[in-house]
Design a protein around this ligand. Structure first.
Ligand code: G3P
Ligand code: MG
Length: 376
């Protein structure tokens, strides 16, 4: 598991500090390790200092992503150490975020390569998962510009649980919730399908909202009771990939969708908001979810619930908007003080960051050294 038990003497010596590491731009650039990343994690493992990997990335199951990172950084990591953008979505299976249980409802899962996010959703426990690729494969005319990608979608599409039948909505495919698990690969198709569902009557594909009979509402796009909720898992407008300049992330897709939604419906000017829930860093829901996982892991490692509290958590990130802002604003339920360390190996490229970190470090190795030094 995460720590070699041989180093652990007793729970009373459980360290009272912990770390949260962002991944892209801190530990890796796409799949390339950032120098010093392995040493940084190994130093903490040798001192039995708990840490989690807290990323707005995703697209694979936690076990698969951790196995990849373990291999890239040549370090043994337990799957419980990672919180991805969509990890909190697993709570929606039995009901969360004020949402009824979705286990047996039909959900649209968008984003990621091929079928990967559907497979993750099914491993979380969702029983009826549809992807935009399934819908396109069944109805190629739903997005006329995807002809060149038909073979790609055919390679993983599954038959729809119900047809899209505008002549008989009672037997037509009904989507109960939409979850954007990871960065969409085909913004056009995914935006078209999501907007079709938002414009629909109660999520029944192929229909248009009846606006609950309220004639004074805009002709299209009225959000109504029973409208399928829309969840995004990551607000990042930019992220650090292998290219030397930051790349547009899931936040870019959401902004494009919101722009199209406003054009289609008149948007906020017409009183038609895009009703959505966004999780991921910098939001407190994600930091709270991460802190609780960190504490569970720590109790498991020391085989004890009666550990001294963690006094300081050091969040090391490359994106001021998500990593620094989130750590700076998160109010721990367990009395821990979260500190933010901004590194220069990712999105942040110098100058005054939009959100002031506790400190700025060259890279993750220097960041960990700084934190250990002030924790003496
Ligand atoms: O899609 C991944 C990207 O949005 C950022 O990932 O690890 O820097 O939070 P990370
Ligand atoms: Mg990052």
């Amino acid at each position: 598991i995460q720590y070699r038990r041989g180093f652990l003497t007793s729970a009373t010596e459980a360290p009272e500090i912990a770390f949260a590491f962002d991944i892209d731009g801190v530990l890796l650039r796409s799949s390339k390790p950032i120098p010093g990343a392995s040493d940084a994690l190994r130093t903490l493992q040798e001192r039995a200092i708990p840490f989690i990997l807290l990323t707005n990335g995703g697209g694979k199951h936690e076990t698969e992503r951790v196995a990849e990172i373990s291999e890239k950084l040549n370090i043994s990591l337990d799957p419980s150490v990672i919180i991805q953008s969509h990890t909190p979505f697993a709570e929606l299976v039995n009901g969360a975020f004020g949402q009824e249980a979705l286990e047996n409802k039909t959900i649209l899962v968008a984003g990621g390569d091929g079928d990967s996010c559907r497979l993750v959703a099914e491993r979380y426990g969702f029983k009826s998962v549809v992807t935009p690729g399934d819908i396109l494969n069944a109805y190629p005319g739903i997005w006329p510009f995807a002809k060149n990608f038909q073979d790609y979608y055919k390679s993983f599409a599954r038959p729809l649980p119900r047809p899209i039948d505008p002549t008989d909505p009672s037997r037509s495919l009904k989507i109960d919730a939409m979850l954007v698990f990871n960065d969409p690969r085909d913004w056009g198709l995914d935006a078209q399908i999501i907007i079709d569902i938002l414009l629909s009557n109660q999520g029944i594909m192929g229909t248009l909202s009846d606006k609950n009979g309220k004639s004074d509402l805009p002709n299209r796009g009225y959000q109504q009771d029973g409208q399928p909720p829309l969840y995004f898992s990551n607000p990042d407008l930019w992220w650090a990939a292998s290219y030397h300049l930051p790349r547009l992330g899931q936040g870019g897709f959401r902004e494009a969708l919101e722009g199209t939604w406003a054009a289609v419906t008149g948007g906020p000017a017409q009183g038609v908001e895009l009703i959505k829930t966004v999780v991921g860093k910098p939001y407190a829901l994600t930091y709270r979810f991460a802190e609780n996982q960190l504490l569970r892991n720590r109790s498991k490692t020391f085989d004890s619930e009666g550990l001294p509290p963690i006094r300081n958590v050091f969040m090391i990130g490359d994106n001021p908007e998500s990593d620094i802002r989130g750590a700076n604003t998160y109010k721990s339920d367990h009395g821990s003080k979260w500190h933010s360390i901004l590194v220069r190996t990712g999105v942040y490229r110098g100058g005054t960051p939009a959100y002031e970190p506790t400190t700025i470090a060259e890279d993750v190795k220097h960041a960990v050294e700084w934190a250990l030094q002030i924790s003496k």
